[in-house]
Write a protein that binds this ligand. Structure first.
Ligand SMILES: *[C@@H]1O[C@H](CO)[C@@H](O)[C@H](O)[C@H]1NC(C)=O
Ligand SMILES: *[C@@H]1O[C@H](CO)[C@@H](O)[C@H](O)[C@H]1NC(C)=O
Ligand SMILES: *[C@@H]1O[C@H](CO)[C@@H](O)[C@H](O)[C@H]1NC(C)=O
Ligand SMILES: *[C@@H]1O[C@H](CO)[C@@H](O)[C@H](O)[C@H]1NC(C)=O
Ligand SMILES: *[C@@H]1O[C@H](CO)[C@@H](O)[C@H](O)[C@H]1NC(C)=O
Ligand SMILES: *[C@@H]1O[C@H](CO)[C@@H](O)[C@H](O)[C@H]1NC(C)=O
Length: 414
């Protein structure tokens, strides 16, 4: 990302933006064996990618002993929430901890960025206690300061600070398992992806998705609006429809933070050989774009992020080059992106695509810089070995779907 883009961005989205940084939390913690359990959970939940994609951050770490109050006692999704409360979106070194004005402050955590944190639960209270001690607790009313600062682990000013604390910070409700609901199609329908949901069911591809849950699943669900603006899908054969739908999922867990720092070519469930049905990614500020070789699609929303499953809503159907590219296949290719245009490629100009309904696209504000098809997709340098290796935890896929859709469903209802 060009420096100019970074600055441009800073002007727009102040606090929570992502810049690919130089630090590697996995590397930092690997130097201290007493944090190996914590470190392993950061990797399994991919919080490490999220941490590495941000600057001006503080990670409160737990040693093996204190981590044992969480480890193995809760589903991975719950542990992810608990650990995301320990990632502060501000830089606190020991000096700054002891100089908090008024002796107490609330600070934003990574949990707050998920959009699932009710009330004040995404914030942490940092308080300078008497006698040089620093206490941490949930900012939710009535919470105790249930954790104390013990020592500094590492500082890279002012990018990342790693501090040890002596107990997890538990916000009300985060440890309690959600009530069961396992209906992916219902979830997609509710989120405005009805067409996609019904295609998954009628083609049987939903079963393929479910079969990979144990080793991880990432779904890119196009919105209903996205289906107004595509080549004629009825010309596809049954097998091609299956490929198209399989192209919308990965057999691994790649939450947004992981897609943000991704530099590799990503295999999808439709990938049937090297360089087939794969994707590349690019970022523009906090936005992530997927590139198929035909056109970009933006991650519009995270519907579910419950390790090891993540479901995104995307604003365009992912059109694989194998079905819609180059060769005169069932449908004409969408716009080839012209490089010098300052308009983001994801916004089709009114001149080209004639959608039946002339409605403003449900796209947010224009990203500051155009994602181009050229840059990331033309560099298939390091072919990613994307097989999820951390299948260390075994879950029943139904149990997982049961657990995972609840939170999302609840948050959609709220
Ligand atoms: C801090 O982050 C910035 C921006 O990513 C980077 O340029 C700089 O080298 C980093 N500083 C250190 C000491 O790593
Ligand atoms: C971070 O460090 C770990 C352990 O040293 C390494 O396996 C991993 O590839 C590194 N990640 C990045 C993004 O460089
Ligand atoms: C910490 O726990 C992990 C497993 O949870 C273990 O492999 C590691 O050896 C432990 N390290 C120390 C220093 O106790
Ligand atoms: C943090 O918690 C302490 C103890 O409960 C409380 O006295 C203080 O007001 C809280 N700080 C903030 C900024 O809410
Ligand atoms: C944190 O420190 C305070 C002040 O010394 C003490 O009262 C409290 O018990 C400590 N809490 C924990 C969890 O260690
Ligand atoms: C899931 O929801 C859809 C519609 O929302 C419904 O047709 C289907 O029967 C439900 N499936 C299960 C297993 O409850």
């Amino acid at each position: 990302m060009a420096a100019s883009q970074v600055f441009c961005l800073l002007a727009f989205t102040l606090p929570l933006l992502a810049v690919v940084s130089g630090h590697n939390i996995t590397q930092i913690l690997s130097e201290s064996p007493e944090y190996s359990s914590f470190n392993s959970y950061l990797s399994q939940t991919k919080l490490s990618d999220e941490i590495n994609s941000r600057n001006t951050i503080t990670v409160l770490v737990l040693n093996n002993d204190t981590m044992s109050s969480l480890a193995g006692k809760h589903p991975l999704s719950v542990i992810k929430t608990a650990l995301s409360l320990l990632v502060l979106l501000d830089y606190y070194d020991p000096l700054k901890l002891h100089k908090i004005s008024q002796g107490t402050t609330l600070t934003t955590t990574l949990y707050q960025t998920t959009g699932r944190a009710a009330g004040n639960t995404g914030f942490v209270n940092v308080t300078d206690l008497k006698g040089g001690k620093i206490g941490f607790g949930s900012a939710a009313p009535g919470s105790k300061l249930d954790s104390n600062y013990t020592k500094s682990v590492k500082q890279i000013p002012y990018n990342i600070s790693v501090l040890e604390i002596n107990a997890p910070i538990i916000a009300p409700g985060i440890l309690t398992a959600p009530a069961p609901s396992n209906n992916m199609t219902a979830l997609l329908e509710k989120a405005g992806c009805k067409t996609f949901a019904s295609m998954l069911v009628s083609s049987g591809v939903l079963k393929t998705y479910e079969s990979t849950v144990e080793k991880g699943l990432t779904v890119f669900a196009p919105s209903d609006e996205a289906f107004r603006d595509v080549p004629d899908l009825t010309k596809l054969t049954q097998a091609e429809v299956v490929s198209l739908l399989e192209y919308h999922a990965l057999g691994e867990y790649k939450p947004k933070g992981s897609l943000k720092i991704n530099k590799n070519v990503i295999s999808t469930l439709a990938t049937n050989g090297a360089g087939k049905y794969d994707l590349t990614t690019s970022t523009s500020g906090d936005d992530v774009f997927l590139h198929t070789g035909v056109g970009p699609s933006r991650l519009a929303d995270t519907l579910v992020d419950e390790t090891p499953v993540v479901i995104f809503k995307v604003d365009k159907i992912l059109l694989p080059a194998e079905l819609f590219g180059k060769s005169p296949s069932p449908a004409p290719a969408l716009e080839p992106v012209s490089a010098p245009t300052p308009i983001p490629a994801e916004h089709p100009s009114p001149a080209k695509s004639p959608p039946p309904v002339i409605a403003p696209l449900p796209v947010k504000s224009s990203p500051p810089a155009p994602p181009t098809e050229v840059a990331p997709s033309d560099s298939p340098t390091s072919s990613e070995n994307s097989h999820a290796k951390n299948a260390a935890f075994h879950v029943n896929s139904h149990a997982y779907f049961t657990a995972l859709f609840t939170l999302a469903a609840t948050s959609l209802l709220l």
